[in-house]
Design a protein around this ligand. Sequence first.
Ligand code: AMP
Length: 395
Amino acid sequence: MKLEELDFQGKNVLIRVDFNVPIKEGKVTDRNRIIAAVPTIKKVIEKGGRVILMSHLGRPKGQKNTDFSLSQIKEVVSEELGCSVNFMDDCIGNRIKDAINSTAQDSVTLLENLRFYAEEEKGDREFAKKLADLADVYINDAFGTAHRAHASTAVIADFFDAEHRAFGYLIQNELNAVEKLLSSPERPFTAIMGGAKISDKILLIENILDKVDHLIIGGGMSYTFFKAQGGEIGNSLVEEDKLDLALNLLKKAKEKGVEIHLPVDSIISSEFSNDADSDVADNMNIKEGWMGLDIGPKAVENFSKAVASSKTILWNGPMGVFEMSNFENGTKSVAEAIAKATENGAFSLIGGGDSAAAIRQFNYEDKVSYISTGGGALLEYLEGKELPGIVAIQS
Ligand code: AMP
């Protein structure tokens, strides 16, 4: 059932959120994930439910460790919700259950880090049952962990029937966005792939070749394609064991009628450093000892043209080392081209992780259609895999 259709009145509602936020010296340094969970939480409160929030934070490896305590984010959650939040120093057991049940019906409770128990990541059924015992209704709104078959993300759903479990808005929005992209995309459909390695994205590229009209490949992964075609790539990133695979992908793309756009040129550098000498080079002829750290001006022009003519766009992975100002231009230009195409009516989905960070860094976050909150989860979903956290609610 949909969130709107569930009855929350007078019920305890356990919401799995992704509050795995960066923390420095006890302070939350990026609260986007908390902000993203607010609509679901507010809806449950509005419909009379007592909200219980559960999440993981970092990798405490099944041990209690105050460095990973969710108590550190309590204030930020409270600020974003505009109400007080009760923090519980555990996430299961009768003591916690009684404490929750003695709080006001319209109050919000935040449980301690689920990963203080090794059972969480193991998907332990007993542990999932103990979590389920706290509530009448279960909502999963943690897209970032939907590809994991953990106790709180998948196994727990078994203890609630279809009238007592649902996705939160965040997951629902992610599913809608991917659905829009994969089921009946307006054409031309362009996928832009970047980042360091092809090996991380092979499955995605293979799956997406059946769907797209254009595939743009930039970033460190592009040099393996040039080397495979006999190019001199100097010290640029390369995966020697993926040369055949790169040629194979080019062949498959041709067979499927997908137009591949590789960057014809690069901004090259004598060292992996923002301060080293830089130059522009053709990607088949990079000087010995030099490395490509960003796409070059001709590539920017070609890629921007392909993006401008697109009606559906998927972007995953930066075009260069965008963390260094001298090598950010390619990534920034692609972000700008996507923003312009979106303004002209295209639907654009930005894959999580580095592309999302880049879109924010260059201030285009309000100018694209959807920024995914899931890195690995989105990749697996786009690869065509079933995500345990999604299946558990739907089945
Ligand atoms: P990924 O996690 O595979 O999406 O890769 C993202 C990382 O790839 C970013 O940190 C970029 O700095 C890095 N990257 C992108 N292009 C290059 C390049 N040409 N050489 C080295 N690193 C790159």
